[in-house]
Design a protein. Structure first.
Length: 155
């Protein structure tokens, strides 16, 4: 009987030639699917609670207005209006709404919804100023953002 030699030259290395391609595909996937925060909120937000809520269907047609006391003391203690990342006065709201409408197509311009996120401690005076300016620019679809109230919140 002849003796057979075992070939001991087989390699146990893991092939890594396609590893950079796989890592690049994963990196690209997460870069594309990750949503970053659009606006840094500069005002305090304690949103009121409600029981009857309706969810928005198309968030691309919504522009947000934040009203509340500034978080930083350098901006004062009176409630301020924030759009995007800046504070504005009620008179500048007309320009803001017109800029938001210009971003939309002709068909969608009438469907623009203004979402107001108002601190529950904010005075009604600044809110009525905002509403008045929105009426002047014919922005009639106004929504107030709230948080769902639970049974334990009632009392």
């Amino acid at each position: 009987m002849p003796k057979f030699k075992k070939n001991a030259k087989t390699s146990q290395d893991i092939p890594t030639s396609s590893l950079p391609d796989i890592i690049f595909m994963l990196l690209f996937f997460f870069m594309v699917t990750t949503v970053l925060r659009e606006t840094e909120i500069l005002v305090e937000q304690r949103i009121p609670r409600a029981t009857q809520l309706r969810k928005l269907e198309r968030k691309s047609l919504v522009s947000y207005i934040y009203v509340g006391k500034p978080r930083k003391a350098e901006f004062g203690t009176e409630p301020k209006i924030q759009v995007n990342d800046i504070f504005i006065t009620p008179n500048e709201l007309i320009l803001f709404v017109q800029q938001e409408r210009d971003k939309l197509s002709e068909v969608e311009k009438d469907q623009l919804t203004i979402s107001m996120k108002v601190d529950e401690e904010a005075k009604m005076g600044i809110i009525s100023d905002v509403q008045q300016q929105l009426r002047e620019v014919n922005a009639r679809k106004v929504m107030y953002a709230v948080v769902r109230r639970t049974d334990s919140d009632r009392f």
